[in-house]
Each structure stands twice: as structure tokens, then as C-alpha cells.
Ligand binder design. Structure first.
Ligand code: NAP
Ligand code: ZN
Ligand code: ZN
Length: 346
């Protein structure tokens, strides 16, 4: 079926309205009428070919909330009219050790990401959520607990799970201090989630203008990274660092903020390599880790946790036609803290 979407035709092109093909729904498929889609910095990296490997035309968008408009005959868990979510994954083999362990994002057969992945059930590559409609296998559709505000829930599908997963894995809880480097879309969710888990939170940001927001979001400390005195005073201050920065930055300095044996987790995906002086790692027996979104059942756990705790994204909703403006403002740091595209307002 043909649906309306916003696509980029090349790395240098703006997003423009177009039509794309979605597969005819099979027995296990859920057809979703997209209401909202968050703008993740990964959408921008991909649209502009910054990581390499973008297939054009590209339709980004993997923070999708919508309503079920039809279901295949084998679908029992979802019904028409219900609100649902789709994150960064739409398929995996379900048989490899990683899939069986709930780590579909690391499927050894290659996960199918929501956009820019070879489409094993269709032709070409997958198209994301800047579109009227998406067709997704029921196993990759998330339940949205009732009463969640849908536009503020959309960013949980990537920014939420990407920060929730390492916070859980590395033990953010009462008695621990979590540092969050970079207060953007991922960063603001990391602050809210770590605080909701009971941890003390310190924000490390290059933007003095975000100091008051950091407190409002749940942090008790704020360090301006460009202030050499403040950054030096933060030595050994935190147990866990979630690094959400989207470009090159000084990771060695950041490691110094960790206590002995502390862990820094890279979730920010700078297209350019970072340089690393090893002494902060060696001297403090610290660890540097990485983390990629989260599996499907963990994403559902995260949504249920957010519903229980009342944790949602701070969003600015824009009509989908303003997507290019949203990209420019993200790149200028002019977003508090996530743009969400309204697919129903042209
Ligand atoms: P974002 O909203 O643009 O936030 C990034 C923040 O990093 C900015 O608000 C800014 O915070 C800081 N920053 C940006 N450029 C910087 C630079 N050159 N040096 C120092 N600080 C800088 O982006 P996002 O949507 O949160 O995504 C962040 C990164 O995570 C992107 O690279 C994205 O691709 C990646 N990502 C990874 C995963 C994963 O699974 N690992 C999932 C989603 C996204 P301050 O103003 O506070 O300094
Ligand atoms: Zn994302
Ligand atoms: Zn697999």
C-alpha cells in the first residue's frame, strides 16, 4: 500500500513530502496509524549520511506512537483503536542466543531496525515513522499503558529505552550517584529516569542556560563542562556516567568524574572518533562501556515503569511539515528537550 511520508533523497537534501510503499499486512502484522514521531539525533545522523551506510530515499523516525487501524488474523494481543508504540526495532530472527535473551537489538542474524535496514519482509530497506502509516510484526509492537500522554510518550521509544537500559544494567538506584553528560533528548530522559530509580543525579553540560532545567528535571548537581575549575572539582564525584553527546568531546576528562571502579557508558554516537587517554581508566580501575537501545521486553518494562512513576519527555510538538526546522534547531541546541512531529497536522 502507498502511504504519505517525509523522506530525504540524498545526504544534502532536506526532508520532503513523498509517497512510499508499505507491505500488505500479513497474518501477524499490526497496521498503525501514526499520530506522533519524535525527532532523535540519530535521525539527523542517518538522513545526512554522517555514519555512512544510509540508503536513499531515507525516511527516519523511530519514536512512534499511533493507533492500531487493522490487525492480521493471527494477532491476538492488539485490537483496532488501541494506542501502541514502535521504537527502533521492527524484526529479528527470534532464534539466536541474543534474541532468546531479550537482546533483539543484537540479533546475530542482524536486527531489522525501523529505518535504513534491509527489509527482510518487503523489498529494499525499511522506512521509519515520519509517515502516515507503518506495518509492524506484532512481536515488535509496544503496549502503551492507559492515560499516558501520547505525544510525551513517543520519545520514550528511543531516548527513554536507550538511557533506561544502561541505568538498570549498571545499577542506578538509591545510594548511587549518576552523572549525565549532555542535556539533550537522551540526556533529559536519563536525568528523569535515574532520579525516578532513586539515584542522585549530576548533569554535566556545556550550556549554562540549562542549569535551572537540570534541577527541575530531577538533578541535584550541575557542572558546566567548559568551566575548568568546576570540571576539576567534579573528580570522583559519580558512580556511573551516561554519555549522550552526539559529537566529538573529551572522554578522558569525563572518566575522571567517576569514583574508583565507576563505569562510563557511551550512548551518544559521535560520527567522528573520540580520543582516549588511558590513565583515567587505569588509575581508577574504571570501565568504559557502550549500550544500544534495548530489547523489546525491556522497552515494555521501561514504558510500564514510566507510567507508574509519571515519567514523560518534555516535548515541543511541531506539524510534520516543520521537520527541517526541527533538525536545524536540534543542531543549534535549541530544543527543550525533544521535538515531536504531529503526523495529523500537515
Ligand atoms: P541531542 O538532543 O542533540 O543532545 C545531545 C546533547 O549533547 C546536546 O544537547 C548537548 O548538550 C551535547 N552536545 C552536542 N554536541 C556536542 C559536542 N560537540 N560537544 C559536547 N557536547 C555536545 O541528541 P540526542 O537525540 O539526545 O542523541 C544524542 C546522541 O545519542 C546522538 O549521537 C544519537 O545518535 C545517539 N543515540 C544513540 C542511541 C544508542 O542506542 N546508543 C540511541 C539514540 C540516540 P549540552 O548543551 O548539555 O552540552
Ligand atoms: Zn533514536
Ligand atoms: Zn536473533
Amino acid at each position: 500500500m502507498q502511504v504519505r511520508a517525509y523522506a530525504v533523497a540524498s545526504a544534502a537534501a532536506p526532508l520532503a513530502p513523498t509517497r512510499i510503499d508499505r507491505r500488505e499486512p500479513g497474518p501477524r502484522d499490526v497496521v498503525i496509524d501514526v499520530l506522533y514521531c519524535g525527532v532523535c539525533h540519530s535521525d539527523i545522523h542517518t538522513a545526512r549520511g554522517e555514519w555512512g551506510g544510509t540508503s536513499y530515499p531515507a525516511v527516519p523516525g523511530h519514536e512512534i506512537v499511533g493507533r492500531v487501524s487493522a490487525v492480521g488474523r493471527a494477532v491476538k494481543r492488539f485490537k483496532t483503536g488501541e494506542p501502541v508504540g514502535v521504537g527502533c526495532l521492527v524484526d529479528s530472527c527470534r532464534q539466536c542466543a541474543n534474541c532468546k535473551a531479550g537482546l533483539e537489538q543484537h540479533c546475530q542474524g542482524g536486527p531489522t531496525f525501523t529505518y535504513n535496514s534491509p527489509d527482510k519482509k518487503g523489498s529494499g530497506h525499511t522506512f521509519g515513522g515520519y509517515a502516515d502509516t507503518i506495518v509492524v510484526d506484532q512481536d515488535f509492537v509496544l503496549r502503551i499503558p492507559s492515560k499516558m500522554p501520547l505525544e510525551r510518550t513517543a520519545p520514550l521509544l528511543c531516548a527513554g529505552i536507550t538511557t533506561y537500559s544502561p541505568l538498570k544494567r549498571f545499577g542506578a538506584k538509591r545510594g548511587k550517584t549518576v552523572g549525565v553528560l549532555g542535556l539533550g533528548g537522551l540526556g533529559h530522559m536519563a536525568v528523569k529516569l535515574a532520579a525516578a530509580m532513586g539515584a542522585k543525579v549530576v548533569v554535566f553540560s556545556g550550556s549554562e542556560s540549562k542549569r535551572a532545567d537540570a534541577k527541575r528535571l530531577g538533578a541535584t548537581g550541575f557542572v558546566r563542562t567548559s568551566d575548568a575549575t568546576a570540571a576539576a572539582a567534579a573528580t570522583s564525584m559519580i558512580d556511573l556516567l551516561i554519555d549522550t553527546v552526539s559529537g566529538p568531546h573529551d572522554i578522558s576528562a569525563a572518566l575522571g568524574w567517576l569514583s574508583t571502579g565507576g563505569v562510563a557508558v557511551m550512548v551518544g554516537a559521535s560520527p567522528d572518533p573520540l580520543s582516549l587517554g588511558v590513565f583515567p581508566l587505569i588509575m581508577g580501575r574504571r570501565a568504559l562501556a557502550g549500550s544500544l537501545i534495548g530489547g523489546i521486553s525491556e522497552t515494555q518494562d521501561m514504558l510500564d515503569f514510566c507510567a507508574r512513576k509519571g515519567v514523560y519527555s518534555d516535548v515541543e510538538v511541531l506539524p510534520v511539515a516543520k521537520v527541517n526546522e526541527a533538525y536545524e534547531r536540534v543542531l543549534k541546541g535549541d530544543v527543550r528537550y525533544r521535538f515531536v512531529l504531529d503526523l495529523k497536522t500537515p
